[in-house]
Design a protein around this ligand. Sequence first.
Ligand code: LCS
Length: 393
Amino acid sequence: MSKENLRFNSKLIHGGGYKNKLGAVNVPIYQSSTFEFITAEEGARCFNGESDGYIYTRLGNPTIHVLERTVAELENGFGGIATSSGMGAVSTIYMALLSKGDHIVSSDAVYGPSRGLMEDHFSRFGVESTYVNTSDIENIKKAIRPNTKVLYLETPANPTIDISDLKACSEIAKANNLLMVVDNTFSSPYLQRPIEFGADVVFHSITKFINGHADVVGGVIVAKEEALYKKLRSMMIAMGCNMDPHQAYLVIRGLKTLAIRVDRAQQNAIVLADFLEKHPKVEWIKYPGLKSHPQYELAKKQMDGPGAMISFGLKGGLEAGRKLMNSVKVAILAVSLGGVETLIEHPASMTHSKVSLADKKKAGISDGLVRLSVGIEDVDDLLRDLDQALAEV
Ligand code: LCS
């Protein structure tokens, strides 16, 4: 038996083809900006691609490579590209795949800045964009134009937890010669692997479930095929949004427990979602593990579990939501998600505050929407906390 073809949980521990000449079990931090060439000729070979020796950390680094290879293995893609942040991944993807005059069709419920970057900045360079509810395939078909090059999905979406049908979307993308890009941050590769459903590019804000400990900001892109991988990597290098070796080391450490963290967070989320759904002060709730979720059946088909992200609204709307957020004692009032600690936030005034009112309304990001990222605490403490905070409302 070899270390190839390991199953998911084993890849978390042994992935990335790491082997150290000195026998160090843990991946060392190669905190070096530059690498010595044995000879001038070897340096030239490294630069013209005849040797895969390391040159300079923006171009590649042994610690970062272990992380990149591991995530690529987890996502079943050709190769991974680590970036300084999740937004570094988004910028790299937009820059590599879109040119002046091109058009992108995207989910309307996406992380606010992913949309802002396109609408406020790429528009200046002549890239056009249309945002639709991608949970309805017909909306995508209607939005495609002759100059459309990319279909960009976030599923489950931040913060509406809407789910798009990966297989059906990839069929439309193929039929129209589009590249399909999926932001897989909310699921992590443990619960969803979009390349298996036909995606060309998958990416993560590594800041979230993959790292999981609220101590690193980072991103990673995985391309299904070599040509696309090379295109994306050269763009990341050109833009200089590489990860740092120390950052990569922390993520490698966090990644090892991805499966057990997500298992526990998800178990807790299932209990909390059930509690919230039955609570008299809760007006509505969106959680893929509840039968009331509009894409409950689809979630079961394409995800290996409903995850740990919940959105809900209280009967008293925004005011009630604010009171709840100000009253929690165990959950922390903070943006970000996917960590070991439970976080609560208000997307309309925080993560999605820059999205226009009209666009928020169209995307279903209501003023009353409260987002909960469930952590791995004792579920009884989380239940008691929500119960006492709801009593204050
Ligand atoms: N994609 C998704 C789905 C995200 O949720 C985020 C960040 C990003 C991309 C960007 O990643 P970053 O550059 O922050 O690593 N989401 C955040 C959120 O919901 N609260 O704070 C950050």
